[in-house]
Design a protein around this ligand. Structure first.
Ligand code: ITT
Length: 198
């Protein structure tokens, strides 16, 4: 079975990805690998931050691993909060404070369209590969639902009327940015198992 360390400290992401992968892959969390580090996210792009996460853990362990960076990009706010999504309302990384700031900044705006974008950086046999997933949707004006994390209670994906916070992990994965990026990662890994030399 393919073993991969997932370079994240976000347990919600781990739960989503485990629900997506089922039993075919052995995902090891940083905690399970005995790694207690705050992985840096110093850059202005999701691509560079995702790479920093996987490279940091690869350098520490020499083990195949992946990390991901995700941002909520709101069109009328010129792509904000984007790469700063976790700390939009400050260093406290407070989900409710971030949502409140977002709703405040969208007051009076008619265009509430937004997208989540995930970039996964996989390092396998020392080589990096990236996979992107995008989910378009709308930011609603008030909280709905209690599942999920981050901006889920105010984001309704295209193709449904519920917020991500009103869906099960499996339902969210069908639409989501992370689910789409994971689908590409899995096809890549399955192809690699079939054709190890490529
Ligand atoms: P790691 O860097 O340890 O993976 P993190 O929580 O810092 O965890 P990100 O920098 O990728 O992860 O996340 C940025 C923020 O974007 C995150 O804190 C949430 O507020 C939000 N976010 C990311 N994915 C989300 C999702 O699927 N649904 C709702 N909000 C999400």
């Amino acid at each position: 079975m393919q073993q991969l360390i997932f370079a994240t400290n976000n347990q919600h992401k781990v739960a989503e990805i485990r629900a997506f992968l089922g039993n075919g892959f052995d995902i090891v969390t940083l905690k399970e690998a005995g790694i207690d580090t705050d992985i840096p996210e110093p850059y202005n792009t999701l691509e560079e931050n995702a790479r920093t996460k996987s490279e940091t853990i690869y350098k520490m362990t020499g083990t195949d691993c992946f990390g991901e960076d995700t941002g909520l990009e709101v069109y009328t706010l010129n792509g904000e909060p984007g790469v700063k999504s976790a700390r939009y309302a400050g260093d406290g990384r407070d989900f409710a404070a971030n949502i409140d700031k977002l709703l405040h900044n969208l007051e009076g705006k008619t265009d509430r369209s937004a997208r989540f974008r995930t970039v996964i950086s996989l390092i396998i046999n020392g080589k990096e590969h990236q996979f992107e997933g995008i989910c378009e949707g709308q930011i609603i004006g008030h909280y709905r639902g209690t599942a999920g994390f981050g901006y889920d209670p105010v984001f309704v994906p295209e193709g449904d009327t519920r917020t991500f916070a009103e869906m099960s992990l499996e339902e969210k994965n069908k639409f989501s940015h992370r689910g789409k990026a994971m689908k590409k990662l899995i096809s890549f890994l399955l192809n690699k198992i079939k054709h190890p030399q490529q």
